[in-house]
Write a protein that binds this ligand. Sequence first.
Ligand code: UGY
Ligand code: MN
Length: 264
Amino acid sequence: QKDAQYSYEHVFSSARDKGVNFWDLPGYSRSVYAEDHALLTPESRVWAPNTYGWHNSMTAHLITPAKGPHFTMYLVQMKQDSKASQLDPKVERFVFMVEGNVQVKHDGKAIDLAANDYAYFPPGSNDTLTSAKGAGLCVFERVYSKKGKPAFQHGTTDDRPVLPVAPEVFVLRKLLPASDEFDFNIHVMDFEPGQYLYVKEIHYNQHGLLLLQGQGIYRLGNNWYPVQAGDAIWMPPFVLQWYAALGNQSSRYLLYKDTNLDPL
Ligand code: UGY
Ligand code: MN
């Protein structure tokens, strides 16, 4: 599958313009924040200006340690001439490009990122991230929990190898190396309409998910949620999770998963 097949137009500008949701109905939201999972839909996002670490940008935090997770997941709308500030030296940051353009300066080298590209900044990174014309990003951060020295990474989703998943049928790419110094990975998972997870998963790992394209049903515990592009999900350890892709477009989601850690 090629990235060109995917368009993420519903992530930041919702389906509102197409008249296919209940966005404007007073008091109505599909969002749910339960003890053991959350569904976060676009009408519940609260945008804050210039939050910690971002200049001339708006951020909407979807998942933070306030509810138990060990990571943050948030959306950033970078405006013209915006930038990310220096990372706390204990924190690692992963940036996935949903739309627009940014420039990363790594070791004096300029790297341009556009939709489907990503960058990983290890703890202690001095690299900069700026946007001249604006961009929409999905960001994951956590306090680095290992003793290793993970290196800066960047690339484009489509260039990552497709990994074996049988008996599953989705297309899986991992955006970070599977090596031991990384304490999380970001998976990109593609499903054709009608495809679904074979394993009704229960595991110790934590997830933050952003549905980039498509529609389907997400099962979380004993709840079955209709979901569409732009929706985000928090899955803490051991919540039962299952997805079926529906509709007439393939589904693609971005998934944070902690990895390479002794669960004990
Ligand atoms: O790798 C995973 O845990 C992934 N298959 N989970 C998910 O899609 N909810
Ligand atoms: Mn899982």
